[in-house]
Design a protein around this ligand. Structure first.
Ligand SMILES: NC(=O)C1=CN([C@@H]2O[C@H](COP(=O)(O)OP(=O)(O)OC[C@H]3O[C@@H](n4cnc5c(N)ncnc54)[C@H](O)[C@@H]3O)[C@@H](O)[C@H]2O)C=CC1
Ligand SMILES: N[C@@H](CC=O)C(=O)O
Ligand code: NA
Length: 816
């Protein structure tokens, strides 16, 4: 036998009542009829409270009463055959008249006692159950309306009455014995005292009614029909990826809903819990969905935790001082004081030195709590045995919950890693002694970010979301967006990663969208944006959006973004960049970037600073971190110059080949950076530093490829003109090399802490002779690779290979 409880939304409208009847048809079996418990129609209880309070304040309630009548009458009209409507109207009308009389009394006396309030509220459930029983009688045999006030017996604590379990059980059993052949439609929430007066069961009261009936009748199952697909892994209003849980133990359900979204109110489950009756949470609007089963014997779960619950606004009070140490009566005095004054304590932590106690309360109770404590401990405060009380408002609680945590090591590590990496400061920690729950207090401002980060960290089988803020929409930036767009489905399916571009800026405009900008329309969106580009504003907005797993991508060739990297790291945001200017400016800055990123637990990836997408930085880092020592690096690291020397053949003229390199996207935005050797210098310097040398730009010797006139050109246009004018110089270089059966190569070298870049003519025996296109080549001679060096070779410039390198760096963020 089953108990089916339908909440307010399930009886809230004509269509939901129709669905309810369909569900009943499936569940109503001859000889095994369910007991149905109903809440008031959705919104009706609030309406009744408002009417009662209005009346007590001397205000009219007739309009609200009319609205209440109309909602019930409309449902009767839509769902009952004409001949059955009048008796239903009459029965309901009697209720409404009684209600009006009561409200009139409140209005006259200007007084609303808890007793009258309960009576007024009871009309919600009485009307809905009456109405549904009339409608059901048209579809089912022998339907009986049951007023639970006759069966659930309580004391007279109106508003939150205490149930006399033994008597109630007896009454329900007796009643059921005589009526088990009927379809019973029971009022939720309401009960009665010995004097026959109506009481109510407090918060979650209809669930409690269902649990009381379930327990008394030893039900096989209690179904709670609501408007969601069960209990979720987190509050779905804040965590888009929250999903409904299949199974939970009673304890988990308690812990999860203590702080979290209130699908059910846990204390109401206790009668079911004691009798080990499974509770199934189902969605009236999606009845085929299995929902969540709460039972004592869950099958083993692979989930490390069951969910994350949260309270988004609490205040905390912190007491500390020598007066507390070793004083066994201290916390007793403190907490009994608060209990006496009915201040509910949500969470407590105490330092092991007993030197301080932190506890959380509702924000509207914190001032009162502070005042009470200051009175109670006045002497201790005066004698400086207690420090002045510290109150912190706008705090939140986040708790991870699950019985599996107990046997899985590393759970708290995972939690704190996710929080730390995202810069969420943990104000206090509490772990339930059951080890089913670890709770942290954090700033309310960080809650959404923290919930999402922690959800991503624990439910790894779900897609992890990276939020990227991107500077630069030129050659590389644009190509990166295209690649991300083309590859997003694969990435999600195979890597479980989703990249949301949440901010874009170029030198003109910037645009933001926390849900992710469309990679199809970003250009139009940027164009249409009202925000003019402003780097400081971009960073400020990034911080304000406070998203988890954030990455800042610098795809510019500008020195300006560099000045913000430190601030970005300090905001616990990783940096991915193809811009070499940052790493090749002063060594002090190079070091600061690394120190700051490490201190804040975030990544700094710049693979494309050297050899575009070729794995050069990574290779060097792996060599270094595995204990190898770099003896010598020899390399060709200018894709542009490589391309030029590979194509400057036969009749080609130098100037045209440079133009072609630029058109192919190999050069820097300003090709003078390539041809002057500056770009190459930056790369050698970055490699030298990554290899452990504290070098500066001036320590790299550069032999220029260019004659003086070209070097001195003031604009790119002048530069091309100067190149044209110097054609003979380059042709001469080429002819000289060709005559000797050699090719021109611009080669960098790092050895014994000295770096140089020279123009060389090499013959076919040289390992760098055979190169084509924009190839880079780098050879590492190390203590371990000393007979034959480790060589990396391939295209070292171009938008596709560079954007691909940035892409790979981005995906690796947070991998460790
Ligand atoms: N082309 C290649 O093969 C490789 C290029 N790189 C690097 O890629 C970077 C970008 O190169 P390209 O895309 O070719 O340059 P680009 O000139 O085509 O694009 C640069 C973009 O940055 C934007 N920008 C400049 N200053 C800005 C600021 N302060 N705030 C916001 N946006 C700003 C510009 O509006 C433009 O959209 C350079 O640092 C380059 O060294 C690295 C490896 C290889
Ligand atoms: N302009 C650069 C591109 C890669 O960093 C080059 O030509 O090598
Ligand atoms: Na690289």
């Amino acid at each position: 036998m089953k108990i089916l409880k339908f909440g307010g939304t399930s009886v809230g409208s004509v269509s939901s009542i129709k669905t309810l009847l369909e569900i009943l048809k499936d569940e109503d079996k001859p000889g095994n009829r369910p007991v149905v418990v109903l809440s008031a129609m959705g919104g009706v209880t609030n309406l009744l409270v408002a009417m009662a309070e209005n009346a007590a304040n001397g205000q009219e309630f007739t309009a609200q009463l009319a609205e209440l009548e109309k909602r019930h009458f409309d449902a009767v009209k839509a769902l009952l055959d004409v001949q059955n409507q009048n008796p239903a109207y009459t029965r309901l009308k009697i209720h409404f008249n009684q209600l009006e009389e009561l409200l009139q009394g409140v209005l006259t006396l200007r007084e609303l006692t808890p007793k009258t309030r309960d009576q007024i509220l009871s009309f919600g459930e009485r009307c809905s159950a009456l109405m549904v029983s009339k409608i059901a009688a048209q579809h089912f045999k022998e339907v009986l309306f049951v007023d639970a006030a006759e069966l659930i017996k309580t004391d007279s604590s109106f508003g939150n009455a205490k149930v006399n379990s033994e008597l109630t059980e007896l009454l329900i059993k007796t009643f059921y014995r005589e009526n088990s052949d009927k379809l019973l439609i029971v009022t939720g929430f309401i009960a009665g005292n010995d004097a026959g007066q109506i009481t109510t069961l407090g918060r979650g009261g209809s669930d409690y009614t269902a649990a009381i009936f379930g327990s008394a009748l030893n039900a096989d199952e209690i179904q709670i029909w609501t408007d969601v697909n069960g209990m979720m892994t987190a509050d779905p209003r804040m965590v888009q990826k929250a999903f409904p849980l299949e199974e939970l133990t009673y304890t988990e359900a308690m812990e999860l809903s203590y702080f979290g979204a209130k699908v059910i109110y846990p204390p109401t489950m206790i009668p079911a819990f004691l009798k080990k009756i499974p509770i199934v949470i189902k969605n009236t609007f999606e009845p085929a969905f299995a929902g969540t089963v709460i039972r004592h014997d869950c099958k083993a779960s692979t989930l490390p935790i069951k969910g994350i619950s949260s309270i988004n606004n609490i205040s905390i009070l912190n007491l500390e001082g020598s007066g507390m140490v070793g004083k066994s009566g201290f916390s007793g005095r403190l907490f009994s004081l608060l209990a006496r004054e009915q201040i509910n304590i949500i969470l407590i932590t105490q330092s092991s030195s007993e030197h301080s106690i932190t506890f959380a309360v509702q924000p509207n109770e914190v001032d009162k709590a502070k005042q009470l404590i200051e009175q109670e401990f006045e002497l201790e405060l005066l004698a400086n045995k207690l420090e002045p009380l510290v109150v912190e408002k706008d705090q939140a609680i986040l708790a991870v919950v699950g019985e599996n945590m107990k046997q899985t090591p590393g759970m708290s590590g995972k939690l704190f890693h996710a929080l730390g990496r995202n810069g969420v400061n943990v104000r206090a920690i509490a772990q339930g002694s059951s080890e089913y729950n670890i709770s942290v207090i954090i700033s309310a401002n960080d809650l959404a970010k923290a919930l999402n980060a922690v959800h991503d960290a624990f439910f790894i089988e779900l897609t992890k979301t990276l939020h990227a803020f991107c500077l630069g929409t030129g050659n590389i930036g644009k190509t990166l967006f295209n690649q991300l767009n083309a590859h997003k489905d694969f990435l999600q399916k195979n890597n479980g990663i989703q990249v949301k571009i949440v901010g874009i800026s170029n030198t003109r405009k910037m645009v933001f969208n926390a849900d992710g900008l469309s990679l199809d329309t970003w250009q139009d969106d940027l164009q249409a944006s009202d925000h003019s580009a402003d780097l400081a504003g971009f960073i400020a907005k990034m911080k304000e959006m406070n998203l988890p797993n954030c990455v800042f991508i610098d795809n510019t060739a500008s020195p300006k973004p560099i000045t913000f990297y430190e601030e970005v790291f300090k905001a616990n945001v990783s940096v991915v960049t193809c811009n070499k200017i940052g790493n090749s400016a002063s060594f002090a800055q190079y070091k600061t970037f690394r120190d700051t990123a490490r201190k804040h637990g975030v990544d700094f990836f710049y693979e494309t600073n050297v050899g575009a997408g070729l794995p050069i930085i990574r290779t060097l880092k792996d060599l270094m971190s595995s204990g190898d020592r770099i003896q010598r690096i020899e390399a060709i690291l200018s894709g542009t110059i490589s391309f030029i020397f590979n194509h400057f053949k036969g009749d080609a003229n130098f100037h045209d080949v440079v133009k072609e390199a630029q058109e192919k996207g190999y050069t820097e935005p300003d090709p003078r950076d390539d041809l002057s050797g500056k770009d190459f210098m930056r790369k050698i310097l970055i490699l030298a530093r990554d290899a452990g040398h504290e070098m500066e730009e001036a320590d790299v010797e550069i032999e220029s490829v260019l004659p003086k006139a070209c070097l001195e050109a003031q604009t790119v246009e002048d530069f091309y003109a100067a190149l044209k004018a110097e054609d003979a110089f380059f042709t001469n270089l080429k002819q000289q090399a060709e005559k000797d059966k050699k090719v021109l190569r611009y080669i960098g070298k790092l050895e014994n802490g000295k770096a140089s870049i020279t123009l060389q003519s090499v013959d076919e025996n040289h390992p760098f002779y055979m190169l084509s296109g924009s190839d880079n080549i780098i050879s590492f001679t190390t203590d371990r690779y000393k007979e034959r060096p480790l060589v990396v070779k391939g295209p070292g410039a171009g938008a596709e290979v560079t954007a691909a390198g940035v892409f790979a760096d981005l995906i690796n963020v947070g991998a460790n």
